[in-house]
Design a protein around this ligand. Structure first.
Ligand SMILES: [Mg+2]
Length: 143
C-alpha cells in the first residue's frame, strides 16, 4: 500500500481483469459507481459492465458497489439486474461503509481493493480503511 495516490492506475474498469484480481489476491472488490462503472447519467447497466461483473464473479471475486450517491431507488434499480450488492450514501472518504462491506462478506483488508475515479473520495477512503486502491479515469463513454 502506498501512502500517496492509488496503488494501481487504469484507464477504465475493463482493464481490471479477473486474471489480475486473482494474481493480486483480491477477493472483495469495492467499486465506486458514478464515472467509474458508469457515466453519471446512465440509468441501466451497460453490457460491458454486466459482462465484466460476470467474469469477476466467475473468478471468485465479490463485487460490492460503494457510492456516495444517495438515490436509493435508482441505485437498487441499477444494481438488481447485475446482481451486485450496493451501499449508497457512503460518505466517502469516510471508511465506514468499506469496513461494513468487509465485515458483511468476512473478507480481510489484505484481500480487499477499492476501485474508483476520484482521489478525494474513493482513494482516500481506501487509505483510511487501510486497503489497496485502484484508480480509473473518469468514465467518458461506455464501449
Ligand atoms: Mg465516482
Amino acid at each position: 500500500m502506498t501512502i500517496f495516490g492509488a496503488d494501481k492506475k487504469f484507464e477504465k474498469f475493463e482493464d481490471v481483469t479477473p486474471e489480475l484480481l486473482k494474481k493480486e489476491n483480491v477477493k472483495l472488490l469495492l467499486c465506486d459507481l458514478d464515472n467509474t462503472l458508469r457515466l453519471h447519467s446512465e440509468k441501466e447497466p451497460a453490457e460491458e459492465l454486466a459482462k465484466w461483473i460476470k467474469a469477476c464473479k466467475k473468478a471468485g471475486v465479490i463485487i460490492v458497489i460503494i457510492s456516495n450517491n444517495g438515490r436509493k431507488k435508482m441505485m437498487k434499480k441499477f444494481c438488481e439486474p447485475i446482481e451486485v450488492d450496493c451501499f449508497w450514501w457512503a460518505k466517502k472518504p469516510m471508511r465506514k461503509k468499506l469496513n461494513e462491506a468487509m465485515e458483511k462478506y468476512n473478507i480481510p483488508p489484505e484481500n480487499t481493493v477499492m476501485l474508483g475515479d476520484k482521489w478525494s473520495t474513493d482513494i482516500l477512503a481506501a487509505k483510511f480503511a487501510k486497503i489497496r486502491s485502484y484508480k480509473v479515469e473518469h468514465r467518458k463513454k461506455i464501449v
